[in-house]
Design a protein around this ligand. Structure first.
Ligand SMILES: NC(=O)c1ccc[n+]([C@@H]2O[C@H](COP(=O)([O-])OP(=O)(O)OC[C@H]3O[C@@H](n4cnc5c(N)ncnc54)[C@H](OP(=O)(O)O)[C@@H]3O)[C@@H](O)[C@H]2O)c1
Length: 308
């Protein structure tokens, strides 16, 4: 397993994260198998959110962890708050952040979170309330590290004006099929393609400049949760290149798709969403692959892009 150290901690975290969004579909026994397999493969980083199964993912995880030999303190457990499931709103108010963390800790049966991320920007967010919430959570020892998800650079700047804890992580969507995080840098100032549109305020370069670790979510999905692009007949050219490189490196096409993200010099983590231990093993094989410069571009171009 490749590891990295997030600026000002946590250190030695696995570059592949076990994402638990789909864990509510598993029995407690199968969830325990997933956790054990992940840990044996070197995965020590777990991603949750209050909205995954409206809390069910965290509950199932805690019940399952108790059935394994994995100790809570050997894991970096991250959860996210700010998307409410009881009412249709995003909510970064102080009260919601504090109450959410209390709920997370109760469901996860732990007294601290290694990392808390704000999940999706609340249009009405007040950075002073976020700062007060983070101060309380840090002082009580309930949260050790903080970050954001799907958050624009200027929103992070606004938070930084009041929040004193470093914002260490930004969780963003990235895959060969959903590569808008990268595309805008290639097509800048180009009126002939909408891939030149900057949709995120330059999040990739901002995070690199500010030592914020990017965690790539849905690394295999078409669009938002429309299924996997690997072995999908709608992507023949991409699958041909994935297949050729899979053969060269002796891994699966899935591993090559993950290696494409790991190869980016921003040194991202990748969040695996599979709930199948065999698929997880295949994905982790990506850590053994170092794609060449040319191969990285060949994959990118085969996913429907062109050099301007
Ligand atoms: N911050 C955010 O806004 C945000 C949004 C979405 C997700 N996330 C995080 O990112 C994680 C990953 O998201 P995701 O589940 O959409 O990602 P993903 O890893 O791209 O997709 C996983 C899905 O692909 C399927 N799949 C089919 N064949 C596979 C194969 N050979 N190998 C691996 N998977 C295969 C999996 O099914 P099987 O289980 O059958 O393998 C599963 O349904 C989530 O768990 C969550 O932690 C964050």
């Amino acid at each position: 397993m490749q590891t990295l150290s997030i600026a000002s901690g946590p250190e030695n975290v696995s570059r592949i994260i076990l994402g638990c969004m789909r864990m509510p579909a598993l029995s407690t026994e199968d969830a325990a198998k997933m956790i054990s397999t992940a840990y044996e493969l070197g995965i020590n980083y777990i991603d949750h959110a209050t909205c995954y199964g409206a809390g069910e993912a965290e509950t199932r995880f805690a019940e399952a962890l108790a059935l394994t030999d994995v100790k809570r303190e050997d894991l970096i457990i991250q959860s996210k708050c700010g998307i409410r499931t009881d009412v249709k709103t995003f909510d970064w108010s102080k009260s919601n952040i504090i109450e959410s963390v209390d709920g997370i800790l109760k469901r996860l049966k732990t007294d601290y979170l290694d990392v808390l991320l704000l999940h999706r920007p609340d249009l009405l967010f007040d950075p002073e309330q976020v700062a007060e919430a983070f101060d309380e959570l840090e002082a009580s020892g309930k949260v050790r590290n903080f970050g954001v998800s799907n958050t624009m650079p200027m929103q992070i700047e606004l938070l930084k004006k009041f929040v004193k804890q470093p914002l260490k992580i930004n969780q963003l969507q990235l895959s060969l099929e959903q590569s808008q995080l990268i595309d805008q840098d290639l097509y800048m100032n180009n009126k002939t393609t909408e891939m030149s549109v900057m949709r995120d305020g330059g999040a990739l370069d901002y995070c690199r400049l500010n030592d914020i670790t990017i965690q790539a979510w849905s690394p295999l999905q078409v669009g938002m949760f429309k299924g996997n692009f690997v072995d999908n007949p709608e992507f023949p050219e991409l699958n041909a290149v994935l297949g050729k490189l899979a053969e060269k490196y002796g891994v699966t096409k899935t591993a090559i798709a993950i290696a494409w993200i790991l190869r980016h010099p921003a040194k991202m983590q990748v969040i695996a969403g599979t709930m199948n231990p065999v698929h997880l093993k295949e994905m982790v094989e990506a850590c053994k692959v170092e794609l060449t410069h040319e191969e990285w571009y060949e994959l990118y171009l085969s996913s429907g892009k062109f050099l301007p």
